[in-house]
Design a protein. Sequence first.
Lengths: 256, 199
Amino acid sequence: MRSRWAACALATAAAFTATASDWASVPGGPFKSALRYEDAPAGTEVADFKLMQAPVTNGEYLEFVRAHPEWRRGRAPIALAEARYLSHWEHDLAPGPKAAREQPVTWVSWFAANAYCESQRARLPTWQEWEYVAAADETRRDARADPAWRERILGWYARPSTEALPAVGQGPPNAFGVKDVHGLVWEWVDDASALLVSGDDREQGSADRRQFCGAGALAMDDRDNYAILMRVAMLSSLGAADATGNLGFRCARSLP
Amino acid sequence: MNLRLLALAALIACTAGPAPVVRAGATQSLPPDSVYHVEASLAAASGQALEWRALRGKPRVVAMFYASCRAVCPMIVESARAVQRSLSEAERGRVGFVLISMDPRRDNPAALAKLQTERHLDPASWLLLQPGERDVRALAAVLGVRYRELADGEFNHTTTLVLLDAEGRVLARTENVGAAGDKAFSDAVRAAATGRQAP
């Protein structure tokens, strides 16, 4: 009994000092995606929402699988999380040295990310919310037109992915108060399966089009925005049970 | 979550003992690759509420569609019906056909019942379902259907028929919903209906 109380005291203290699950209030506004939406060529309106300031960490995810045993490695059904789910953790309840507490959790499927956010009474951000926040630098809400900003982001994509992931929240927040949007991990979005992008842009309007009901697949409106292009290509190539070593997530909340 | 609330919640959880395990148990006997592991609530055209996993028990051909669609969706229904026609009378009774709306805001049971009548989809073998709004994405995800709602209320989506066995394992799928149909898929459905392995 005493040890349980000690553990609880620790957990409570951790709750007071946790930083990663702090939320940024993101004011909405008009937004023009780097993707070409034929149905909304002038752009759309993003509503106000809340977004976790940093991606979910191994430490936070460990608390989740403790409370929800059905999401532990080896228990989560393969239909919802592929065989490599949390494969970098040493044990299903002990991430070990290769998955430090403060590192972003990776090797998680869309279903798993979704379940985590539900447990926080939240949801995954939509692609549009993510792209909206990802357009910012430290001072501007939309820095996308600045070539220097683009270069900086591309510098991260050029870095070898064999290096260990840094802890979350190390860099400065962007103009929305959100950290690690670029430069740490790739992130699941709620509507990842809405990114109906042909793998090869040259196919637009031809063979692949037949696969879709209604308007054709999405195309890139801003071909110079490689950072966004790569995210979209990656997300559109994944199934919802897939997991990768550099794909994590953070949660969002709609405002009432 | 507000940090103080989180701390409070942690304290309460500790005093009250371990938090109850959410939703565990009910699906434990399902095979690990069953699509019925997804938790989703739906309403049938009859108005009856049901859980997604309640569809377990017989092979089913499942597709996603939306009732107001004028282009490919009628073809989805037609090709599912063509699959059904290719079965013998006895086989037909052993396979269920399920159409899940990706537009639950408009496709309520009344709208689905109207479509069911208009298109002569026998309620004995056809289930038209309205998922909860938060459940559509997960159902689409587990069935491998990609979709996006457009500004004008139409949907852009992949067209897929999925054959599930009685336990919810994917036996076959086809994106070929054209007039010619997909013989390999129909053969797989017949095999599932007769309990044989697909050739």
